[in-house]
Write a protein that binds this ligand. Structure first.
Ligand code: ASP
Length: 422
């Protein structure tokens, strides 16, 4: 049985068990079951939290170090980074704006995180901008080993970026470290895939607990949020990206979607940009006319670092969680959410539900409890399909634009990247 089917069945069972438990409040059956479900869900969430730092570190080092292949490409490198940054920023703004307009999760009083929120502390809320910047520098540029052990993800990200850049500039000199890091990344990914096998149990427990304990309108709010995020992600994929492609890539959306459809459908079906990468490269080269040297650089890099759908989701989800808890995020906090959502999507590898793991860092950046991903997990697999599709679309779109803007660049002397399976 595929993982998706297992998750679907687990979610259904979770709903049934939750409904049954609701019939027996204030009984030992209820309290014992809630205890059992809490243990089950904490194991799953604990595993995700445990993997966050190693995953983010290795993933960012691998992603940044892969810029090496484009080092000699000069303009290609710059245009790629500029395009990715622009599309991701637009997706973040769109995500936050829609979450505000539709007031996702507003007016609820969720008790699930009350305990975690007792210790709520967000320095950004009380600080003015200048002390916030000082605070930010002091907390971020710290001993990396302390950052690793404290789970200070932002510091880990900065350190990982520096190490990645050093690998780019050091080139062959650090080949062993590069290989070690790549292997370590693959190792962490293997553990992630094991933890994902626990997802059906985690989702069952979370849903059952949610339904047994909470006001059922939380579920309708969750469905509403899922619909709004899906709509906004599709708006980004069907309107914003095609418009940019048309203006900067001089390619009609019709031609683009016709050429890219195979990769897009695969992304939707697999929820994995990495697994779709060979197809994205093939579609971009053969159907969209992008030079192989360009796809060989832009698409592997993009499948790691350029994730519009994930960024949009993470920003909107943070606002949703804040609203559910009844917390008004200040402007500074929302800017932090945007920045961390961008970094979190850079750190998310192109595998199913990776955005869910890195979501923890977005929540923590403004002091929201990591446990709050509990509420998002049941709907994650559904949302992952669309956001992965838009992630892959973004990669192919950037390759078209980069190809057009670097037509004069001599890339022939560079080795061609083979279209191989991820
Ligand atoms: N599944 C997404 C991808 O592969 C990452 C995510 O979970 O957002 O692009």
């Amino acid at each position: 049985m595929s993982l998706n089917t297992q998750i679907f069945i687990a979610a259904l069972l979770g709903v049934v068990v939750g409904c049954v438990l609701r019939l027996y409040p204030d009984t030992t059956l209820f309290s014992n079951s809630i205890y059992g479900l809490s243990i089950m869900s904490s194991i799953f969430i604990g595993c995700l939290k445990m993997l966050l730092v190693p995953l983010i570190f290795t993933s960012i080092v691998v992603g940044v170090a892969s810029l090496e292949s484009g080092k000699q490409l000069g303009k290609v490198w710059k245009v790629t980074l500029m395009c990715s940054f622009t599309t991701m920023s637009l997706s973040l703004i769109l995500g936050l704006t829609c979450a505000h307009i539709f007031e996702v999760g507003k007016g609820m009083d969720v008790t699930l995180f009350k305990h975690a929120m007792d210790q709520y502390h967000s320095p950004a809320q009380s600080l003015d901008t200048s002390s916030f910047i000082t605070n930010f520098i002091q907390n971020t540029l710290i001993n990396p080993f302390k950052a690793f052990s404290d789970g200070n993800v932002l510091s880990v990200v900065v350190f990982a970026m520096l190490i990645g850049l050093a690998l780019v500039y050091g080139g062959k000199k650090f080949q062993n470290i590069r290989t070690f890091n790549e292997e370590f990344f693959n190792l962490v990914m293997m553990v992630v895939s094991w933890v994902m096998k626990l997802a059906p149990f985690g989702i069952f427990a979370l849903l059952a607990k949610l339904i047994a304990k909470e006001d059922l309108s939380v579920l309708s709010r969750l469905a509403e949020f899922a619909a709004i995020v899906t709509g906004t992600t599709l708006f980004h994929g069907l309107i914003v990206l095609p418009l940019l492609l048309w203006i900067f890539g001089k390619m009609s959306p019709w031609k683009f979607f016709k050429g890219a459809r195979l990769a897009l459908i695969t992304a939707f079906a697999t929820s994995s940009s990495s697994a779709t990468m060979p197809l994205s490269m093939k579609c971009a080269q053969e159907n969209l006319g992008v030079r192989p040297k360009i796809t060989g650089f832009v698409i592997p890099l993009g499948s790691h670092l350029n994730m519009d759908g994930t960024a949009l989701y993470e920003a909107a989800a943070a606002l949703f969680v804040a609203n559910l808890i009844g917390l008004d995020l200040s402007l500074t906090q929302q800017i932090i959410v945007c920045l961390t959502a961008m970094i979190a999507s850079l750190g998310a590898p192109g595998i199913p539900s990776a955005g869910m793991v890195t979501m923890i860092m977005v929540l923590q950046s403004v002091g929201l409890p990591a446990e709050a991903i509990a509420i998002l997990l049941p709907i994650d697999r559904v949302l992952d399909t669309v956001r992965t599709m838009v992630n892959v679309e973004g990669d192919m779109m950037v390759s078209v634009v980069v190809d057009r803007y670097t037509k004069d660049e001599d890339v022939d002397h560079l080795p061609t990247k083979e279209v191989t399976s991820a």
